[in-house]
Structures are given as C-alpha cells and as structure tokens.
Write a protein that binds this ligand. Structure first.
Ligand code: GLU
Length: 286
C-alpha cells in the first residue's frame, strides 16, 4: 500500500472534481465560502509547486436556483428552467471562484463542455489545444458541463464522468473526486452497518461495477457511487490513477498528494484499445 501511495508524490497533472453537496451548506443550500476558500488555496498551492491543475466544479444549477430564489422545479418545463438556472448560476459561481483565485495571485479560466466536445474531432482537438495553452500560461482551467445547452442527447450527465473525460483528454496522471463519502464501500455505509471500506482497487471487476449500481448518492449532485465507478473505468482505461476522498476536510488534497493513505485509490491500467470518443458517444445516463 505504501508504495502505491508513494506514486502520488510524483503526479504532475491533476484534475480535481468537487460536487455540489461539498460546496454548499447542508442547512441552507447556500455556498460554503470557507470551503471554497480552502479549495482554491489548495489548488493555487499545487500551481505554486509547478503542477498543472484543473478544477471540475458543479453548482451552476443550484447556485442559479438560489439566485432567483426558486424553491422547486417547474414541472411543465423542467429542462428549460434548469438551463436558465445554469446560465445564471455558472456566471455567479465563476465570479466567486475568480475573486478567490485573484486573492492568491492566480488566473482561472472557464471551459464548458458537452458530449460533442469529445465526439467531434475538431471540437476535441480544439479543446485539447486550449487546455495545453492554458497550462503553458500557468492558468487553472475550471470546467463544468455546458448545462445551458446540454440536453439529454448532448449531455454527459454528471461531473464524475465529466472529470474522468477531462483527465483523459488532457493526459492527466491523477484524478481526485472529492465527495461526501470517505471512499468506496462494499455497500452504502449509511444504510448497511456491515459495509466494508475498500482502501485500494487494483482491478475494476464486473462484480465491483455491479455493486455501484445498487448504491445511492447524495441529493445535491447527480453522482452516486455508480457514476464514480464509471469515472474510475474511464480514468483507469486511459492510464489515470483515481482517488475518491471525503471533502469534509478539503486539505486532504495536499495530504493525498503527499502520499498519505486517504480515500480509495483506483489503480490505472491503461487499455490501448479504449477509444474515448467512441465510449462517450455510446454513453447513456439517467
Ligand atoms: N453540471 C451540474 C451543475 O453544475 C452538476 C452535475 C453534477 O452534480 O454532477 O449544476
């Protein structure tokens, strides 16, 4: 185990995903500025250590809903309402991030993606080049799904999968999913007291993938354990190590990258036959 974690110290290009539930106060659904501040500070510090860093953040829809004080979804046109909220919330979310990044003398950029960004050859090529250029400039790309235009057909659907796709696209060597759970369990620990915690997944077996389908996630984001295992499949096949860790203490970011045994580690097994655009094209989601 120690050796496996040692390789975390050498990671050069890191994608960090944070979910809506980790960014909001549970009681009110409003943004947790203390957490956001620690998150941005951790990311800026990784930049200061010379690493390439990408943040995949949710929150567009929920921040937008809050901004217009929308209590519940409009049953008649849920997609349009969700997309309008995302348009409002994404800008507000970015404004908040920009302010905090600026406090640490760091420049952040926004990249919004859909399925087409990966499937279409020219779009994919452009996106890769943009990321590469941003890294050269020392900028931190902040990524979300383009929720204002991504309907069911165009949508990736959840940010766990999106972050794995981004990590694959930019040849990252590490993906860190910050969630409201410590890592992978044999069952949902909130429901089953006998659920066992799994420290490391050396191989993603069919049995493990099946297990994810029966587990649940939090209500704020879209990602349960199933989407995290799907993300692990993409990341692993593309040669990216992945860790799921609890966002209760955001400072786990630097501890994990210092090689500490925190969260569940999914070991990468590059599969030369894995075709990312084809996989994304065939993907289905709820
Ligand atoms: N893209 C969505 C948002 O920013 C969230 C998707 C997710 O939670 O996985 O609101």
């Amino acid at each position: 185990m120690t050796n496996m974690r040692d390789r975390m110290k050498d990671k050069k290009r890191i994608v960090i995903k944070i979910g809506s539930s980790s960014l909001q106060h549970e009681e009110t659904g409003d943004l947790d500025y203390t957490k956001l501040d620690v998150l941005v500070r951790e990311l800026c510090d990784l930049r200061n250590r010379g690493k390439d860093v990408v943040l995949v953040t949710s929150g567009a829809v929920s921040v937008g809903k809050k901004a217009v004080m929308m209590e519940k979804t409009d049953e008649d046109n849920p997609t349009a309402v969700k997309q309008a909220c995302a348009a409002i919330g994404q800008a507000r979310l970015m404004m908040t991030y920009q302010k905090i990044f600026a406090e640490y003398n760091q420049v952040a950029a926004q990249i919004l993606m859909t399925k087409n960004t990966i499937i279409d050859n020219l779009n994919r090529f452009n996106a890769r080049n943009t990321f590469a250029e941003l890294f050269k400039l020392g900028v931190v790309p902040i990524v979300n799904e383009n929720d204002t235009v991504a309907t069911y057909e165009l949508g990736i659907g959840d940010n766990d999968t999106l972050s794995a796709i981004v990590a694959s696209l930019i040849d990252a060597d590490m993906l860190l999913l910050l969630s409201d759970i410590d890592g992978l369990y044999t069952d949902d620990p909130r429901k089953n007291p006998d659920a066992r915690y799994i420290e490391v997944v050396e191989e993603l077996t069919d049995e493990l993938m099946e297990m994810g389908k029966t587990s649940t996630g939090s209500s704020a984001g879209t990602g349960g354990m199933n989407t995290k295992l799907q993300a692990a499949k993409i990341a692993s096949s593309m040669g990216v190590d992945m860790v799921i860790a609890n966002s209760a203490d955001i400072k786990v970011i630097h501890r994990i990258l210092a090689g500490q045994n925190i969260g569940t580690l999914f070991m990468a097994h590059r599969d030369a036959a894995f075709d990312l655009p084809l996989y994304v094209q065939q993907m289905t989601h709820e």
